[in-house]
Design a protein around this ligand. Structure first.
Ligand code: GDP
Length: 511
């Protein structure tokens, strides 16, 4: 629903980078974020209360950088698990005395899986034990090679505590942002992502939204996940009431009907009716999904690969000793064939942790545990996130299972592709062609040859084909979102105002 339209290149304008800070616990993520925020606070503001909306905007040489406030990769990966890519750059914090630690490696894998550019901040360089060269050496083993060694990763030495190198880090973020050519069209209805949401006793549902394209304005009608609303007020990270927010800007919005979930998409629509209708369809879908909920299994992942929704089988390996990790990784990756690539996205020694599960969920991966068990919490999270964890004691069994699942791959299949929705707004009776539905196309498009189902109050009341599609008096081949049209359906006259027409095509999936 509410499919996005590409913006023409000439409409695109530079936008600020969105940055997340990641790294091992105690390496200084929180301190670094604090130090960064303080570079901007004027004397006057310093005494005031800083607003906590989940993200903050820092200005450097007249340019803005947006930082997500939640340090660590959990929040960021949880978003990605919901299909939300909000960050452009990850600042990987590594303490110069400690060097690379397990969560550093995890952070690298999370950032890589999300295709986010990494900038390394070597922190705590004020400490006598600090050894930045060793950190560079260690990180180069994970493909993060400093520029002076011929690589392309930016390294900056900082001390969050003594405020050393902070400005340089910010300048480097801008430099990397320039290379990424981050752009968005500010002159269009807004789209964004929820990064935080809660129910506030006095103000009702409150959501912090990161605007990704377009400009969000007070008074706009929005659909957010499966809820909707009209933006009553917007507050920025400095606590100021604002009327408009452009690309990469985080804003707290009031006026939603219900509390959305972090990662939900916000889409600005043209009127209350559209907002309500789309939210209703989504709620119905959620209900349906809940009813059909089951664990994602290896078989299901293969089914999705088969339908063309996934091109590789991603695997996370946790094993008792390094030797097993290496052996499993090699054996599993060797199973790749023409149809499917088997890719190990993370492999390490140790128990299966909650972080492994979040990574698996975000990447549609399965977890293979070899002579290890899940930690407390990891199993229940896996159940909630529907992640398949498989425990083995024999490498041969691992190979056998994956191979068996891969064999079921060769039959050609058809998949349904939804191409658009329309709402019935008026009914005309005609003695010659029966009932004509006067429709408004909500998203995507409707084509003359598409299959159609009619949904009334969340229930499918018709499955069939269009008998005619007209704009005014003319037969047309297709009608795009935002336009009105008239439709009739094969062997169906019982159409009503408020019905939703879902148009879809069956596509053959090449196996
Ligand atoms: P986080 O767990 O990664 O968010 O780490 P924190 O920001 O909470 O920092 C962990 C500890 O390291 C705290 O005691 C900080 O005071 C200390 N710390 C952070 N940055 C520096 C630094 O640049 N130099 C020194 N000496 N200590 C630091």
């Amino acid at each position: 629903l509410l499919e996005d339209q590409e913006d023409p290149p000439e409409s695109l304008q530079p936008r600020p980078p969105v940055v997340v800070v990641m790294g091992h616990v105690d390496h200084g993520k929180t301190s670094l974020l604090d130090a960064i925020r303080k570079t901007n606070v004027t004397e006057k503001e310093a005494g005031g209360i800083t607003q906590h909306i989940g993200a903050s905007v820092v200005e450097v040489n007249g340019r803005k950088i947006t930082f997500l406030d939640t340090p660590g990769h959990e929040a960021f990966t949880a978003m990605r698990a919901r299909g939300a890519q909000v960050t452009d750059i990850a600042v990987l914090v590594v303490a110069a005395d400690d060097g690379v630690m397990p969560q550093t490696v995890e952070a690298i894998n999370h950032a890589k899986a999300a295709n986010v550019t990494i900038i390394v901040a070597i922190n705590k360089i004020d400490k006598p034990e600090a050894n930045p060269e060793r950190v560079k050496q260690q990180l180069s083993e994970y493909g993060l090679i400093p520029e002076e060694w011929g690589g392309d990763t930016v390294f900056v030495n900082v001390s969050a505590k003594k405020k050393i190198g902070i400005d340089h880090l910010l300048e480097m973020i801008l430099l990397v942002a320039d290379l990424l050519e981050l752009k968005a069209n500010p002159n269009r209805p807004a789209r964004g992502r929820v990064i935080e949401a809660k129910l506030d006793k006095g103000r009702g549902p409150v959501a912090t939204v990161l605007v990704q394209k377009g400009t969000l304005k007070v008074g706009d009608y929005v659909v957010v996940g499966s809820t909707w609303g009209r933006v009553r007020a917007m507050i920025d990270d400095k606590g100021q009431r604002i009327k408009e927010a452009g690309p990469s800007m985080p804003v707290e919005i009031l006026g939603l009907e219900d509390v959305p979930t972090a990662g939900d998409e916000l889409v600005c629509v043209k009127d209350e009716k559209t907002a309500k209708t789309v939210a209703q369809i989504r709620q119905d879908r959620l209900k349906e999904e809940k009813m059909q909920q089951s664990k994602i299994s290896l078989d299901e992942l293969f089914e999705r690969i088969q339908k063309g929704q996934l091109k590789e089988l991603r695997v996370i390996i946790k094993a008792d000793v390094q030797g097993s990790v290496e052996a499993l990784k090699a054996a599993v990756e060797k199973l790749s064939n023409e149809q499917v690539t088997v890719k190990v996205i993370h492999a390490a020694v140790g128990a299966i942790t909650e972080s492994d599960v979040t990574l698996a969920s975000a990447s549609d991966a399965i977890i293979i545990g070899f002579n290890v068990r899940p930690e407390v919490g990891a199993m229940s999270l896996a159940e909630k996130e529907k992640v398949d964890i498989r425990m083995y004691r024999i490498i041969y069994d691992v190979i056998n299972d994956i191979e068996a699942a891969m064999k079921g791959l060769l039959e050609p299949v058809y998949k349904e592709v939804i191409i658009g929705h329309a709402e019935v707004r008026q009914i005309f009776k005609s003695s010659s062609v029966g009932t004509i539905a006067g429709c408004y196309v909500l998203d995507g498009k409707i084509t003359r040859t598409s299959n159609a189902r009619i949904i009334r109050d969340g229930v499918v009341v018709y499955e069939g084909k269009l008998a005619s599609l007209k704009r005014f008096k003319d037969d047309v081949r297709e009608v795009a979102a935002g336009y009105e049209c008239g439709m009739t359906f094969e062997k169906f006259n019982d159409i009503k105002e408020g019905d939703i027409v879902e148009a879809y095509e069956m596509q053959k999936v090449e196996s």
